[in-house]
Structures are given as structure tokens and as C-alpha cells.
Design a protein around this ligand. Structure first.
Ligand SMILES: NC(=O)c1ccc[n+]([C@@H]2O[C@H](COP(=O)([O-])OP(=O)(O)OC[C@H]3O[C@@H](n4cnc5c(N)ncnc54)[C@H](OP(=O)(O)O)[C@@H]3O)[C@@H](O)[C@H]2O)c1
Length: 331
């Protein structure tokens, strides 16, 4: 194979620098399956990956990109075939194993999910890691009692971000009609409503974290930000309700007492998308390809590999909306 394009992150003295380079197949991490990448997507973790102390990249140089969709060009594992369309998200990709911001990627066969019927390669990355995480969060809440039949009061935090925007759309599509979106900026109000929110609130509306138990406002919270936002919400979850928690955009520290758990029986549901066992991945992707498929309506931008840094800056500066996919074959 001739050389091809990839984004490469390097450590240079006290800094981390990154940009598009021509590389060869030998520079890809090992694996049984070589894939011509069609699309990758830009996630919060990719923004952290290009920061000096982002805590994502373990070895330099590294190709970032924590997900991709594409076509198998070579496989040493007979569960896959040349020409087959596949998806990979999470595991070590873009951390200690070369990732999806490249024209080609090579990965262990254990990480590979066949593209489900109902999604094309582009749709798969419109969802990407963020959408997969939104789906896992909704699945966890439904497994803990959330059901559109009961018209529960829901709250989605980080609602115009990657995870939140997909979550709002899936919730609206599957029949939830009382969904509040937490936003931080005026221009996000209309965006959140267009994605399916029925009410929109700002952090000031949440009140202060003073009482261990507060007025019961939300039956289920799909939290993507953690920190003080999640902390102030735990005392406001209704009796028997749940909060799913996948992110730390608002901070790592959670402040809570045991009272909402022992007096109201609420549940805190941790969501991890990175190490979900491969046998569970297919079932979630099948749902995203069918009943939960929102790829026709989602808020999505498309960029080339060269344009990735602009989107990463926008995420860093809190100026990004929805999802951005990367067309990895766009010269
Ligand atoms: N557990 C997993 O496997 C997994 C998978 C995917 C993502 N995540 C995590 O989930 C989080 C969200 O990811 P994403 O892809 O949706 O990121 P994103 O697209 O950058 O969106 C982040 C959202 O959080 C909001 N936000 C940031 N700081 C906030 C604060 N202090 N208070 C309230 N809202 C705040 C942002 O609002 P503005 O637009 O106003 O800045 C934005 O809506 C990240 O922490 C990410 O690491 C975890």
C-alpha cells in the first residue's frame, strides 16, 4: 500500500503538536483487521487527547480518533471478509492504539462490529462514540424503570453536546414528551427545542447545592457533565428515579449525601462506552439502526482530516454544537 494521510500527535519538549502527515501501514498499531476508514467522528475525548495533560494518550507519536466506520481491506480473522463494512468505537483506539483520524486503521478483530442493516458508513459516525454512549444511557435508564407510558419528567444535561444532542433526539423519537434540556447559552435554547426538548433550563434554575434532599423535580436524569451539575441534581430526583452518568465536562468531583439513596431509593447508573463487551455492542447498534435511528434529523457537520483542529478548538472553547464527523477519504 502507498503512503496515506493520518493525523499524528507528537510530544515536542513541553508541548503536544499535531497535524496531517503522510504515513505508511507499518506505523499503524497491530491487529488482524485492516480497514479503509470512511468516517471518524470528533468526540470530547479527542479534544482531551491533544492537550498536554489531557490524560488520554499513553504513547507518542499517536494517531488520535476514538471511533471509525469503514470497509475491510484485509483480514487475518475469518469472522470478517474483505469488502465488509464495519464499525469500531472505544477500546484503546486513539489512546495507546492508533485511531480513526486516518485513511486506514488496523485493529484487533475483537474490537470490530459489523455495520448493522439500516445504517450506512456515514450514519454510523453520525452516532459515533457519543451516540453509542447516549444509547447506552437511555438503555440503562429504561432498564431501571423509565418508560414513555408513564410520561416521566426527564432532564438531559450537556444537551446540545454530542451525547446530549443524540439523547434528546432518541428520547423524542421513542415517545418521551416531558424532556427538559439543560443549556448554558441563549442560542442553545432553540437548538435544544429543535432536537426534541419540551422545556429548557439554565444552570441558575437548578438552585444551589445546600440541602441533601430538595424538591423532587425529575424522575430520570441523563447526565453527561458530572461535577457540581450532577451534584445539585441528585437531591432533586424523584422517589425511585435514576440518573445515568457518563461524563465529567463540568468536573470530576461529585458531592452527595446518602439521603437521596436511602430515603428515596434513587439509583446512580455509571455508563462506560469504551470497554462494553463486544457481544453487547451488536445489540445496541441494531437498536440505533432501527427504532432509535435519528441519523436523518441529527445536528451534524462534516469536515476533512485537515479541518479536525478547528472543531477540536470549538469543543475546547464551548462553541461546538451537536456532532461533527470526519470524512477520512476527502482529499
Ligand atoms: N463514559 C463514556 O464512555 C463516555 C463516552 C462519550 C463521552 N463521554 C463524556 O461525556 C461528556 C460529554 O461528551 P460530549 O461528546 O457530549 O461532549 P461535547 O460535545 O463537548 O458536549 C459537552 C456538553 O457539556 C456541556 N458542559 C460543559 N461544561 C459544562 C458545565 N460546567 N456545566 C454545564 N454544562 C457543561 C457543554 O455545554 P456548552 O456547549 O455550553 O459548553 C456541552 O453541551 C464528556 O465529559 C465526555 O468525556 C463519556
Amino acid at each position: 500500500m502507498n503512503s496515506f494521510k493520518a493525523i499524528v500527535i507528537k510530544e515536542q519538549q513541553d508541548e503536544v503538536v499535531y497535524g496531517v502527515e503522510q504515513i505508511s501501514e507499518e506505523q499503524l498499531s497491530q491487529g488482524e483487521v485492516l480497514v479503509k476508514v470512511a468516517y471518524s467522528s470528533i468526540n470530547y475525548k479527542d479534544m482531551l487527547a491533544v492537550q498536554k495533560k489531557g490524560g488520554v494518550i499513553r504513547d507518542y507519536p499517536m494517531i488520535p480518533g476514538i471511533d471509525f466506520s469503514g470497509t475491510v481491506v484485509h483480514t487475518a480473522d475469518d469472522r470478517f471478509q474483505e469488502g465488509q463494512e464495519v464499525i469500531v468505537t472505544g477500546f484503546e483506539m486513539g489512546m495507546s492504539h492508533t485511531g480513526g483520524f486516518a485513511e486506514y486503521a488496523r485493529v484487533p478483530a475483537e474490537w470490530v462490529v459489523p455495520l448493522p442493516k439500516g445504517l450506512n458508513l456515514k450514519d454510523a459516525m453520525v452516532f459515533g462514540t457519543a451516540g453509542f454512549t447516549a444509547a447506552l444511557s437511555i438503555q440503562a435508564l429504561e432498564q431501571n424503570g423509565m418508560d414513555p407510558k408513564n410520561d416521566p419528567a426527564l432532564l438531559v444535561t450537556g444537551s446540545t453536546g454530542g451525547v446530549g444532542s443524540v439523547a434528546l433526539q432518541i428520547l423524542s423519537k421513542i415517545g418521551y414528551t416531558n424532556v427538559t434540556a439543560l443549556v448554558r447559552k441563549d442560542h442553545q435554547v432553540e437548538v435544544a427545542k429543535s432536537l426534541g426538548a419540551t422545556q429548557v433550563i439554565f444552570p441558575n434554575d437548578l438552585g444551589e447545592l445546600k440541602k441533601p434532599l430538595n424538591k423532587q423535580k425529575f424522575d430520570y436524569v441523563l447526565d453527561t457533565v458530572g461535577g457540581d451539575v450532577a451534584s445539585v441534581l441528585i437531591p432533586q430526583i424523584s422517589y425511585g428515579g435514576s440518573m445515568s452518568m457518563c461524563g465529567n465536562a463540568a468536573g470530576l468531583q461529585l458531592t452527595a449525601t446518602v439521603l437521596p439513596f436511602i430515603l428515596r431509593g434513587i439509583n446512580l447508573l455509571g455508563i462506560d462506552s469504551v470497554n462494553v463487551p463486544i457481544e453487547k455492542r451488536g445489540a445496541i447498534w441494531d437498536k440505533m439502526a432501527s427504532d432509535w435511528n435519528i441519523t436523518q434529523t441529527t445536528l451534524t457537520d462534516e469536515v476533512s482530516l485537515e479541518q479536525v483542529p478547528d472543531t477540536i478548538e470549538a469543543i475546547k472553547n464551548g462553541e461546538h454544537l451537536g456532532r461533527t464527523i470526519v470524512n477520512c477519504q476527502n482529499a
